[in-house]
Design a protein. Structure first.
Length: 52
């Protein structure tokens, strides 16, 4: 029982760390897009045109 509990806790911690990293990256990307949009709206239009 104890071993399984420890494994479950460490697995949960790994999942939380991965989720935290994902959220950090997502927030960074969103912040970058917003700052670029505020300062260079034309560049954003060009980037969007490339993606679509």
């Amino acid at each position: 029982m104890k071993i399984n509990r420890v494994r479950a806790i460490s697995h949960a911690q790994k999942c939380l760390l991965a989720l935290g990293d994902f959220l950090k990256n997502a927030i960074r990307v969103v912040a970058q897009i917003i700052s670029e949009r505020l300062s260079h709206s034309e560049k954003i239009v060009k980037k969007c045109a490339i993606f679509t």
